[in-house]
Design a protein around this ligand. Structure first.
Ligand code: ZN
Length: 352
C-alpha cells in the first residue's frame, strides 16, 4: 500500500503572506527563527517586490534565491546549498517552474517546503512531482513529496493573467477523461483503482463543473479553483502516481511538447483541456457535458488558435502513446486513423 502524507495547512485568504510565520508556528514551532530561503525569479521579484520584503521581514533569518532556469541541475545545486548552510525552511514563491524547482530542492535537502503560488495555472502547486529540464532540454517528471503547506493570497492571484487561471481550470476539467482512462486501465489490465484518490479527484472536477460562479477573477472562484487544484495534487499523492489526474489528454499534451516544441507553445492546462475533447470522443462518452463546460469558461481550445495545424494534430495524437508506453489509456484501442482524427480536428475548429 502506498504511504502518503498530507500538508499541514491549506490557507486561502487575503493578505495572508504577511502572517506565514504566525500561521505555520503551530506545526513547525519557532519557524520564524529558523534559517529560511525564499525561492523566486527575477521577473517576480520585479512584480512583487513589496510582498517579498514583507515575507523577509516575517522570516528574519532569510535570504532570497533567484531561479534562472528550471533544471534538475539547478534544483540539485540549490539542495546542496540548503544542506551546506543548514537552511530549514524553503519558501517557493511563484508559478510552476519556481515551485517545482523549490519543491524538489526541499525534498532532496529534507527541508520544510512552503508553497506560495502567484498563479493557479495547474495542479503542480500541491502535486508530489516536479517537472524539471534535463540535459538535451527534455523536461522530465521527478517524484518528490507534496508541500508541507500551501498558502494562497487571494488578492495576489486576482492580479494574475486571466489566461493562467483558465489553464488551471483546464487542468481540472481534464480529469473528466483522465479518471475514465483509470477505470479502463483497471478493467483491461487488472491494475487496481485507489477509491479514495479517485473520489478526491472527482470532487475536484465536480467543484469546477457544478460551480455557479463562473467569473474566474472573483474571490469565491479563486478559493474554489485553489481547492480543486490542491485536491488534484492530493489525489496523486494518495494514489502514489499521476493516474487520478492524467490520461490520454495528458499524453497528447506531452506529445505536443516532445514533438512540436519548436513550432507551438500551448500552456499545460489548455493543452490537456484541448486533448480531453478527442479523448472523450474516443471514450464514447457524453461529449455534451464537456463541451458545455469548455464553453461556460470560454476555454481557448480551438487547435488553430495555438497554431496547431491539422497535420500536427494528427501526428501528435498518433505519437501520444509513445510518450508513456507503460500507461494504458483509451489510446490503446481508439481509432487513430488520419480520417478519424481529421474529422475531430474540423469539428473542434467549428465548435470552439
Ligand atoms: Zn495536468
Amino acid at each position: 500500500m502506498n504511504r502518503f502524507r498530507l500538508p499541514y495547512h491549506l490557507l486561502v485568504a487575503e493578505g495572508i503572506f504577511t502572517r506565514v510565520n504566525e500561521v505555520m508556528s503551530d506545526c513547525v514551532p519557532g519557524i520564524g527563527r529558523k534559517k529560511a530561503i525564499i525561492v523566486t525569479d527575477r521577473t517576480l521579484q520585479g512584480l512583487f517586490g513589496d510582498t517579498l520584503s514583507d515575507l523577509r521581514q516575517d522570516f528574519h533569518n532569510s535570504e532570497l534565491y533567484l531561479v534562472e532556469e528550471g533544471t534538475f541541475d539547478q534544483a540539485v545545486d540549490l539542495a546542496k546549498y540548503i544542506c551546506m548552510h543548514d537552511i530549514a525552511v524553503v519558501i517557493g514563491f511563484g508559478g510552476g517552474m519556481v515551485l517545482d524547482l523549490a519543491k524538489y530542492a526541499a525534498f532532496v535537502s529534507k527541508a520544510v517546503f512552503l508553497c506560495l503560488p502567484t498563479t493557479l495555472s495547474n495542479d503542480s502547486l500541491a502535486s508530489p512531482v516536479a517537472v524539471l529540464g534535463t540535459e538535451g532540454q527534455k523536461r522530465k517528471t521527478f517524484q518528490c513529496t507534496i508541500p508541507s503547506s500551501i498558502i494562497v493570497d487571494v488578492n495576489l492571484i486576482m492580479g494574475a493573467p486571466e489566461g493562467q487561471l483558465l489553464a488551471g481550470v483546464g487542468d481540472t476539467i481534464s480529469k473528466y477523461t483522465a479518471l475514465n482512462d483509470w477505470k479502463l486501465d483497471a478493467a483491461a489490465t487488472g491494475n487496481s483503482i485507489d477509491d479514495f484518490a479517485y473520489m478526491i479527484s472527482k470532487m475536484a472536477f465536480n467543484s469546477i463543473c457544478y460551480n455557479e460562479e463562473k467569473s474566474i477573477k472573483s474571490k469565491s472562484f479563486i478559493k474554489v479553483l485553489t481547492q480543486a487544484l490542491v485536491m488534484g495534487g492530493l489525489a496523486m499523492e494518495i494514489a502514489g502516481n499521476s493516474r487520478p489526474s492524467s490520461g490520454a489528454e495528458h499524453l497528447f499534451c506531452h506529445s505536443l511538447e516532445e514533438n512540436f516544441a519548436d513550432q507551438v507553445y500551448v500552456p499545460h492546462g489548455i493543452a490537456v483541456a484541448m486533448g480531453s475533447v478527442p479523448a472523450c470522443i474516443f471514450q464514447k462518452r457524453n461529449i455534451g457535458k464537456l463541451k458545455r463546460l469548455l464553453h461556460e469558461y470560454a476555454l481557448p481550445v480551438k487547435p488553430s488558435q495555438w497554431k496547431i495545424t491539422e497535420d500536427m494534430f494528427v501526428e501528435a495524437w498518433q505519437l501520444a502513446k509513445k510518450t508513456r508506453p507503460d500507461r494504458y489509456t483509451i489510446l490503446d484501442t481508439a481509432d487513430l486513423s488520419r480520417t478519424a482524427l481529421c474529422e475531430i480536428y474540423s469539428e473542434m475548429e467549428q465548435e470552439f
